[in-house]
Ligand binder design. Structure first.
Ligand code: NAD
Ligand code: LMR
Length: 320
């Protein structure tokens, strides 16, 4: 029995994500919000599903347990995710302020890029509203994890990627995405060259789609798949199941558990993607990583250096 709002529901991600969540039996109420075309999307989905509402922002985010935000502009070839900051930062600020005012206890999952900055923005907005709980704020990095499993299986020549779990830590942009291939479960044997190629492909998987779409946007269908998986994990955890998902969180959500990743190279960064055990209150604990190898430790250091500026940029915008 979970109420969910999707903000940006008429977009390339929002539409398939709305449909996938409507097909999730545990979602008893789905509120759709966008600045364009939401009545059309709601009418369309309502012909195969019930309990769906599209409306004004305040109404859409009232009485919800989970808000998912894919609102904002996507990249075109030649752009970085950071180039989206100018437009998406303000969109995320407005939407999170409305959630804070109307459903202060809702779990907030942010898809809008640049995630490395939009999550810190959201944290500042929630703090200013006096309702910040670091256990309830997530940057959705599930697509990196989905890609990691898929691309490893492509190399190994096997079709089913679903059961392979590759931890991905850091952030959600280029070098800040750090796949820990040596810690995959079940373990996979990879040559040095395979590791280097796979790491690069996972880090820059988003660029592959942006290039292939050639100006028509970035990943939407794989992101809707990943977003629906993340939402389902949160929803199952709210219902008492133990579920682990790597996701970009404030390390203050589990200060004790964060010590390991801080010692591995995250240092004093406030936000980092880590494997998180989800629970009824959001973050239950950060799951211990084990021992990344030297190649991965070096990549974590590079990611941490880059993340520092993106986080600071988000915090500054969120406080202004
Ligand atoms: N986290 C990830 O892994 C990941 C993956 C893919 C895309 N993204 C990001 O998701 C975002 C959306 O991508 P898309 O392909 O769906 O874009 P899109 O342009 O197809 O859709 C975005 C939607 O947001 C809506 N919107 C704009 N301002 C809004 C506002 N103030 N309130 C509500 N809705 C608003 C637009 O009307 C549009 O329908 C982009 O920033 C993209 O970079 C993130
Ligand atoms: O690449 C992008 O801009 C979209 C998204 O962050 C992705 O990883 O596909």
């Amino acid at each position: 029995m979970v109420s969910v709002a999707i903000l940006g529901a008429a977009g390339g991600i929002g539409q398939p994500l709305s449909l996938l969540l409507k097909l999730n039996a545990k979602v008893t109420k789905l509120n759709l919000y966008d600045i364009v075309n939401v009545p059309g999307v709601a009418a369309d989905i309502s012909h195969c599903c019930h309990q769906l509402a599209g409306g004004e922002l305040d109404a859409a985010v009232t009485g919800i347990d989970l808000a998912i935000i894919p609102a904002g502009v996507p990249r075109k070839p030649g752009m970085t995710r950071d180039d989206l900051f100018k437009i998406n930062a303000g969109i995320v600020r407005t939407l999170v302020a409305a959630i804070a005012a109307n459903s202060p206890k809702a779990i907030v999952a942010i898809i809008s890029n640049p995630v490395n900055s939009t999550v810190p923005i959201a944290a500042e907005v929630l703090k200013a509203a006096g309702v910040y709980d670091p256990k309830r704020l997530f940057g959705v990095t599930t697509l990196d994890v989905v890609r990691a499993s898929r691309f490893v299986k492509d190399v190994k020549g096997e079709a089913d990627a679903a059961e392979l779990r590759v931890p991905v830590v850091g952030g959600h942009s280029g070098n800040t995405i750090v796949p820990l291939l040596s810690l995959a479960q079940p373990a996979v044997e990879l040559s040095e060259k395979e590791v280097a190629d796979l790491t690069h492909r996972i880090q820059f998987g988003g660029d592959e789609v942006v290039k292939a779409k050639d100006g028509a946007g970035s990943a939407t269908l794989s992101m809707a798949y990943a977003g629906a998986r993340f939402a389902d994990s949160v929803i199952r955890a709210l219902g008492g199941e133990t579920v682990v998902e790597p996701t970009f969180i404030s390390l203050s959500a589990d200060a004790e558990g964060a010590k390991e990743i801080q010692a591995l190279g995250a240092g004093d960064l406030e936000f980092f993607a880590v494997p998180v055990e989800l629970g009824t209150e959001g973050v239950k604990r950060i799951v211990p990583l084990g021992k990344p190898n030297d190649y991965e430790l070096a990549a974590i250091k590079v990611a941490a250096d880059e993340l520092k500026d993106s986080i600071a940029k988000g915090v500054e915008f969120g406080r202004a």
